[in-house]
Design a binder for this molecule. Sequence first.
Ligand code: AHR
Length: 512
Amino acid sequence: MKKTLTIIAALAVALAAQAQIKISVHEKAEDQPRIPAEIYGQFSEHLGRCIYEGIWVGKDSKIPNKDGYRTDVLKALKDLQVPVLRWPGGCFADEYHWMDGVGPQENRPKLVNNNWGGTVEDNSFGTHEFLNLCEMLGTEPYISGNVGSGTVEELAKWVEYMTAEEGTMAELRAKNGRKKPWKVKYLGIGNESWGCGGDMTPEYYSDVYKRYALYARNYDGNRLFKVACGASEDDYDWTKTVMKSAGKKMDGLSLHYYTTPGWDCDKGSATSFTPGQYYNTLARAAAVEEIIKNHIAIMDAYDPDRRVALLLDEWGTWYEVEPGFEPGHLYQQNTMRDAMVAAVSLNIFQKYTSRLKMANIAQVINVLQSMILTDGPRMVLTPTYHVFRMFNVHQDATYVPVSYRPGMIHSPDGNVFDNVSVSASRDRKGVLHVSLANPSLEEPMDVELKFEELKPGKVSGEILQAPSIDSYNDFGKDPAVTPAAFRGKVETSGKTVRLTLPAASVVVLEVR
Ligand code: AHR
């Protein structure tokens, strides 16, 4: 019976889909925001095999490495141009004591990772290992400070240790092998302080935030960007209270939003799902737009000049753990469905960058919606990796507004979302890029792009599609999901470009 209903629901979706869309590209619009590169941010947490095995294998490992960092992953991350990397958590951050992770590795304490499966944490990857990694990748570090179980003094000294030129903390850093301070911009004052980060009320947290933030000082030209813990999903009361009480003392406010196939947090399998569950997942991903808009409206009431940034510093799909893996390690595969979620989400984020200044997908390797998966010495790039790499053309580009009247896809759980996802930008060289996604599993979509003035001469692009929506890249097999040059017919005539997006595909066009 359930199966029949799902099939009927999927058919209803297919029938409701429209196969044509006219998109006006307003490339002449003035005063548009720059799309911060940080919208393409990543998150690394001491969770499962994200840090250990995923990034850090240690110098003595048989896995090829450079000073302990695995070389295959380093290359993949460099190619991805990661603008910002958040660390060490997540929930892990509020039980992390940074002093455990500095000094000779053999002297570092071994502790239980209480949040994530009770795994032994040997602290061999600590502050030096993280900040050196960021330097190697050319990535801005985003430190998530311990407010839940750490002291004000501990956080203050961590900042001093990382960024001061002189003083006892700088001497300790030099003794531990690093004379020159690092540059650290982003500092999170607590993570999910309403839950795993201290179980606080927004009123109480606001005072705590102000106290911790006050003593996190700027040393020697390093200017901290202090991020207060924000809401989960639609907890608008949290945003209101924290903005009212502490808005003037923060540079940014975070937000967390995860996508599960069911609205009741029903996770389902990462690789085995029905068309109905696919559409439910996409509807849930698209619903972030309303949530972002509502949080921005609240922030506007307290900060009309938009000085305080909104940072979606955790987002992505969250499914059941892969069978046979430790439940606390949150390891999940990554299919073409995840690629669609990534494309739809990134296109949404780019619309709100006058307030939304960063987004960090969870987590970069081996956990939730990861870019990279490893299995001992083997590594695969996920469909999500490819979307991020294709969309990189938008990093630091100027937003170009688009307008269109989308059809609606009705998901079986009673929600609706647009039957096309689109965003455009102009890069520093003046080249226009348009990113498009067709979420329909059945219908190709005829797209007409109409420019205000531009008469496109050359249009080229890349496409990501897969044999099936549940295709994924598996270890030891030829990758099933990889981008290719867009070979579909592209018609240009005057200011118009016409092309067809195959069902369940992501396309990024370069328009010259
Ligand atoms: O990403 C997994 C966990 O989800 C993070 O540690 C936490 O911040 C959130 O609840």
